[in-house]
Design a protein around this ligand. Structure first.
Ligand code: 2AM
Length: 178
């Protein structure tokens, strides 16, 4: 079985700026600059032959390239349940269009439809027992963050290797947008 997800990656300068937002929150585990991405669809564990089918199906997607703007930061969960610090994404019909094409391609491969609403974000940190005031200060101080427009001319199928530390993401295939 291999663990897969579909995501957008970012140019190095954008990743560096995103990684530069980190710091100042005790209990936060910050995503390495190399691992920063925007998930279009989490797939989870699939057998190798289904992974090959997924790759073929994603390769057939035809969608236009587009520009994306990252905008602001926020937190998922609140109080003791604060789980994730994220960077936000400006509303983009082209992004939603691509995401729904990815979703249909995966359903065609026999995967169950995603029940959760697409909520585009870039995970900056995962939180464990982070103090509320420090989270509040982070959101206040970094809230003006903006990056872009970023040209999105491909998307990627990633394999996630789980281990003791942070997951390691391996790009398996890239698909061009035109
Ligand atoms: P997250 O960053 O918001 O946690 C790889 O794990 C990517 O898939 C992450 O960006 C993660 O989003 C996303 N993802 C979505 N649902 C997931 C799930 N149930 N388990 C693990 N990752 C998930």
């Amino acid at each position: 079985m291999i663990r897969l997800f579909v995501a957008l990656d970012f140019p190095e300068d954008v990743r560096r700026r995103l990684a530069g937002l980190g710091g100042g929150v005790p209990g936060a585990r910050w995503t390495d600059a190399d691992n920063l991405h925007l998930t279009l669809r989490f797939i989870g564990e699939v057998p190798g032959d289904q992974a090959a089918e997924i790759d073929e199906s994603l390769a057939q997607i035809a969608a236009p390239a587009f520009d994306l703007v990252l905008d602001g930061v926020g937190v998922y969960g609140s109080g003791r349940n604060a789980r994730v610090l994220w960077a936000g994404v400006e509303r983009s019909d082209a992004l939603s269009h691509l995401q729904s094409k990815v979703e249909s391609a995966l359903v065609r491969c026999g995967l169950p439809a995603e029940e959760r609403k697409f909520s585009p974000h870039v995970t900056l940190a995962r939180l464990k027992d982070a103090p509320k005031d420090r989270i509040g200060r982070f959101v206040e101080e970094r809230g003006m963050f903006r990056a872009g427009p970023i040209r999105v001319d491909h998307f990627t199928l990633y394999r996630s290797h789980l281990g003791k530390g942070a997951a390691v993401y391996e790009a398996l295939s890239e698909y061009g947008l035109g």
